[in-house]
Design a protein around this ligand. Structure first.
Ligand code: SF4
Length: 368
């Protein structure tokens, strides 16, 4: 397992100027800097390739750059700007990192192994403002958006966990935070992740998860990049959804579904809906029937995730019977449905749990 350097450049008491987080810079910014410093612009792509394919964690490793350029890069930039606080591995191979950012904020990211797939789940904000009642990430609200570089750094840190023969195959923006509340940071990071000199991952293998913010869904559609969109519904009617996903009070299910339809029309990507099944709350036959009604006529994949209870919150796992009935009602109505267990449960792989559990805190909870 590679251990990455701790950052020493962000002390507020330091008199030396803070180095620039290179992962926050676009290719054009780097090209301009290279030219100003007497180097050829094509070096920018070379440097990117070292970072993303070469998995370089220091400029010294970039052996086809001149010693002078490596020294200049080292003087001005950092590659990793955060530090790993903890790394946990579960029996099924899921690995979860808690990362401390330069300003002390903490976020989580996860590497999932599933057959040949190497998927990562990445955070977009410190905390979350959406307040889903069963989620640890939103318990303290949101502190701030992550920069594109901070999102990319999570991806690179997770890539470091893989042997050289393996590559990251899928990205899911479903960690801590609401990705569509930080669209500039998320799109900047994903632009690099899908680029040839970045991680080279097709947008078709990148999923952006959202509770459903219609104006931001429209902006995402306007970007013209066919990312997969996964909308977390968690309830089939406004009354229940507003209880479970408080932001629904301002938005409402119908506008979310209409925005999802517009996204489907412009991107051509099949829609995915997520539904955390909470025992005795949203797992009744009537909920399943209402769900089939609101999804009628839509080409969707419905991911249903039976809840796993954790200390501190009053939610429980649905019974086997209610899971079976829920499934049967959806399938009988022709809904494509996929029931799945979350991986890595014993390492608190749901977003926000690790951060809250550190130091023996018990206010953990489950998230999507
Ligand atoms: S489930 Fe997702 S959107 Fe809801 S509070 Fe947690 S992180 Fe935010």
């Amino acid at each position: 397992m590679v251990s990455l350097p701790l950052v020493t450049t962000d002390s507020s008491e330091s008199t030396t100027p803070r180095k620039i987080h290179l992962l926050n810079w676009s290719l054009d910014q780097l090209k301009a800097w290279l030219k100003e410093n007497g180097h050829q612009a094509f070096r920018a792509k070379q440097i990117r390739r070292w970072l993303f394919s070469g998995r370089a964690t220091s400029f010294d490793e970039m052996t086809d750059l001149s010693a002078k350029l490596r020294a200049q890069l080292d003087e001005h930039f950092t590659i990793f700007n955060a530090a790993e606080v903890t790394a946990s591995v579960s029996k099924d191979g899921t690995e979860k990192l808690l990362v401390r950012l330069a300003d002390g904020g903490e976020v989580e990211c996860v590497l999932l192994r599933d057959g040949g797939r190497r998927s990562i789940c990445v955070s977009s904000q410190v905390g979350c403002a959406m307040g889903c009642v069963f989620c640890a990430s939103g318990l303290d609200g949101v502190d701030r958006n992550l920069t594109g570089g901070e999102i990319l750094e999570q991806m690179l840190r997770l890539q470091q966990r893989l042997p050289e023969s393996e590559r990251l195959s899928h990205i899911v923006m479903m960690g801590m935070g609401e990705p569509l509340a930080n669209l500039p940071g998320v799109l900047a990071a994903l632009d690099v992740a899908r680029s040839e000199e970045g991680l080279g991952i097709s947008p078709r293998r990148i999923t952006i998860s959202t509770v459903g913010l219609p104006p931001a869904i429209d902006k995402l559609a306007a970007s013209g990049i066919p990312y997969n969109l996964a909308v977390s519904l968690h309830a089939p009617n406004d009354e229940l959804r507003s209880e479970l996903v408080p932001v629904n009070r301002k938005v409402g299910i119908e506008p979310v579904l209409q925005a999802a339809d517009r996204y489907f029309q412009s991107s051509g990507r099949r829609l995915t809906f997520e539904y955390v099944l909470l025992g005795g709350i949203n797992d009744g036959d009537e909920h399943a029937r209402q769900l089939t009604q609101i999804l009628r006529g839509r080409s969707v994949m419905m991911n249903v995730i039976p809840y796993n209870p954790v200390a501190g919150l009053p939610y429980r796992t649905p019974s086997k019977e209610s899971i079976a009935r829920f499934r049967s009602i959806l399938e009988s109505a022709g809904v494509n449905v996929n029931f799945r267990q979350r991986k890595g449960d014993e390492i608190n792989a749901a977003c926000g749990q690790l951060r809250r559990n550190r130091g023996g805190k018990t206010k953990d909870a489950s998230a999507t």
